[in-house]
Design a protein around this ligand. Structure first.
Ligand SMILES: Nc1ncnc2c1ncn2[C@@H]1O[C@H](COP(=O)(O)OP(=O)(O)OP(=O)(O)O)[C@@H](O)[C@H]1O
Ligand SMILES: CC(C)(CO)[C@@H](O)C(=O)NCCC(=O)O
Ligand SMILES: [K+]
Length: 252
């Protein structure tokens, strides 16, 4: 079995796949840190993991420690995705290709592998990122802005009186009419910022890549954005699709 990891800034997303080259996930989850990850895996998969592949946007040292701990604990090979100027028909558009976040790069490569045509990838996590690729696989660049979790926490951190609980937040998200409570005002305000961003990306994508550009949404808040872009494809495992391309294992 193969362990796949997407180490984001806030969470580590993991899944166990039956073998190289496909099938559906046997198990998966989201954890806060490597200790939790090892605990989640140790019960069920102690003897069965042969390989690991991972992508990380964390510091190199932190990523090295994580892959070292995993390969030691589960006696498996561990491959770490690296930056590349070109992969699977996609050409990195950054001035310095090493600076493009690896999660963005792999999601883009994953999306292009599904369409072989122009795409826009919007990843809504801690940060929100968008990336454009044309029909020839040329990455046209992208954007980075704060995601919903960061927008909320900035308001909370830098004000005295913006306070509300998660139940109120949940209810507030039922509608986008002007808020009559702090929870509604903040949640809907941030949602509208997100909606404005997503709609602008869509316009830009059509200008840059043509009207038949395929829109992919991924990351924790993808489902929310999907309401505003009915034609979009919500692909939660886009980064993992790219990861398999970047780190093929024997047999793939
Ligand atoms: N405590 C939690 N337990 C389980 N799942 C969670 C928890 N907190 C968040 N999630 C889910 O985990 C996923 C995190 O995805 P997201 O794309 O937001 O990752 P992230 O690591 O915060 O972002 P990034 O990759 O940009 O750093 C979301 O689907 C979210 O709903
Ligand atoms: C933007 C994030 C934080 C999104 O996870 C990540 O892709 C990253 O750290 N990128 C490096 C900066 C860049 O992509 O230009
Ligand atoms: K991400």
């Amino acid at each position: 079995m193969i362990l796949e990891l997407d180490c984001g800034n806030s969470f580590i997303k993991w899944r166990v796949m039956p073998r190289a080259g496909g099938g559906s996930a046997i198990a998966g989850g989201v954890v806060d840190n490597s200790e939790e990850l090892i605990a989640a895996l140790a019960d069920r998969f102690s003897e069965q993991l042969s390989d690991c592949r991972l992508v990380s946007v964390r510091a190199d040292e932190e990523t090295r420690l994580l892959s070292g701990a995993l390969s030691a604990r589960f006696s498996m090979r561990c491959r770490v995705a690296e930056s590349a100027p070109m992969l699977a028909g996609v050409r990195n558009g950054y001035e310095d290709y090493k600076r493009l976040g690896l999660d963005r790069w792999l999601a883009l490569v994953g999306a292009y592998s599904l369409t072989h045509g122009a795409c826009l990838v919007v990843d809504l996590g801690t940060a929100i990122t968008s990336d454009f690729v044309d029909a020839n696989g040329q990455h046209l660049g992208g954007f980075i802005c704060p995601g919903m979790p960061l927008m909320r926490s900035q308001l909370l951190t830098h004000t005295r009186r913006i306070r509300y609980d998660s139940v109120a937040a949940e209810h507030a998200r039922d509608s986008l009419v002007p808020g009559h409570s702090t929870a509604e005002a903040v949640e809907r305000g941030c949602s509208l910022m997100l909606r404005g961003f997503v709609n602008t990306q869509l316009e830009l994508a059509r200008q840059q890549c043509g009207a038949d550009v395929v829109v992919f949404l991924t990351g924790g808040d993808a489902a929310m954005a999907a309401e505003w872009v009915p034609a979009a494809r919500v692909v939660p495992d886009l980064v993992f699709i790219g990861l398999a391309i970047a780190c093929p294992l024997t047999g793939e």
